[in-house]
Design a protein around this ligand. Structure first.
Ligand SMILES: NC(=O)c1ccc[n+]([C@@H]2O[C@H](COP(=O)([O-])OP(=O)(O)OC[C@H]3O[C@@H](n4cnc5c(N)ncnc54)[C@H](OP(=O)(O)O)[C@@H]3O)[C@@H](O)[C@H]2O)c1
Length: 169
């Protein structure tokens, strides 16, 4: 199974100036990401990998597969020069593969050339400025599941965990 996993604002913003605009304000989404990806393989672009605070990377208990034309020297990271090679590696290790950004990697993953089974999107009830966007999901995707939560004293915004699957023809 190959999944895209992302959190977006309502205007599809996923990042600004190399960071996530809502960082630290939505721990429920961090927990969701950890629950889904722990024990599995996570594919990230170099920029996203390096945006994770140093003490939290590589992501623990996961295969960290980083896309870059260079080599990332961190112990526990495997570098790939193509998305397909990283996907194949994760599958061959009997892992579920999660494509975790950033913008350039999501765009490539959803360009129709890859076998992507589902998109796990956390939709945050927020419109915010940004320089990196999640691509619009085309008509081949439909929402199969949605679970919404109200903001609370730990989570600053309302949010929904959405699962998109391919439309069955
Ligand atoms: N909201 C979310 O869920 C979420 C998730 C992840 C990231 N983000 C945000 O997204 C932003 C980063 O996105 P971005 O588009 O700027 O960068 P990115 O996609 O994280 O990384 C881009 C880099 O990855 C490498 N790369 C990408 N595709 C490749 C391929 N097919 N083959 C080889 N290398 C490849 C290249 O590295 P080299 O230059 O080394 O060749 C490229 O410069 C940040 O703001 C981050 O916080 C948000």
């Amino acid at each position: 199974m190959v999944s895209v996993i992302v959190a977006t604002a309502k205007n599809n913003v996923i990042g600004n100036k190399g960071d996530i605009p809502w960082r630290g304000t939505l721990p429920a989404d961090m927990k969701y990401f950890a629950e889904k990806t722990t024990g599995q393989a996570v594919i990230m672009g170099r920029t996203t990998y390096l945006s994770i605070p140093a003490k939290y990377r590589p992501l623990p208990n996961r295969l960290n597969l980083v896309l870059s034309s260079a080599s990332i020297p961190d112990e526990g990271v495997i570098t790939f020069q193509s998305l397909q090679a990283a996907i194949d590696y994760g599958i061959n290790q009997d892992k579920e593969v999660f494509i975790a950004g950033g913008g350039s990697v999501y765009k490539e993953a959803l360009n129709g050339q890859y076998q992507i089974d589902r998109v796990l999107r956390t939709l945050i009830d927020l419109e915010t400025e940004g320089d990196t966007f999640f691509p619009t999901l085309d008509h081949t995707w439909q929402m199969a599941k949605e679970e919404c939560h109200a903001k609370d004293d730990r989570n600053k915004y309302d949010y929904c965990f959405q699962t998109y699957e391919r439309v069955r023809l």
